[in-house]
Design a protein around this ligand. Structure first.
Ligand SMILES: [Zn+2]
Ligand SMILES: [Zn+2]
Length: 146
């Protein structure tokens, strides 16, 4: 995991460089995205914010995340059931492990997976632009419950 404080500053600087306003709401969204604990959905981020910003709409949260995404500062993981999840802690493509029960998403810390896209590029002759690698399973907490 990247240092959330460093990521927060990096995101803030990128917004500044692109003349985006740093409103308290936006900074609060960046704060949540910089840690991206469990890879939150828009709904989860909205819920966390509504304590401090009772008036903020889910659409505003969504638009802010899209703006941050357009600046390459957050990774979006789309799923067939329509629930997109976000990682602002590590905005570049990386493998994910997903619990099919509680929908938690974690970043596995397995170094040789990082080399996989390079190996595939060599083998296939493709220039790799981006990639997606999801591994599905049951997390330790859910396993302990069953
Ligand atoms: Zn689980
Ligand atoms: Zn991730």
């Amino acid at each position: 995991m990247a240092d959330p404080e460093a990521r927060y500053n990096e995101m803030m600087n990128t917004l500044k460089e692109n003349n985006q306003k740093l409103t308290p709401q936006r900074l609060a969204i960046l704060r949540i995205l910089s840690g991206s604990e469990g890879h939150p959905s828009v709904e989860e981020i909205h819920q966390k914010l509504s304590k401090d910003f009772p008036g903020i709409s889910q659409a505003t949260v969504y638009r802010t995340i899209m703006m941050v995404k357009s600046l390459g500062q957050v990774l979006e993981l789309g799923f067939a059931d329509g629930s997109n999840r976000y990682d602002g802690n590590k905005p570049d493509p990386h493998p994910h492990v997903i619990c099919t029960k509680c929908k938690k998403i974690i970043d596995p810390n397995v170094s040789n997976l990082v080399d996989l896209p390079r190996q595939i590029a060599e083998e296939s002759g493709f220039e790799i632009v981006t990639y997606r690698l999801d591994i599905f399973g049951i997390c330790p907490e859910c396993r302990a419950q069953s």
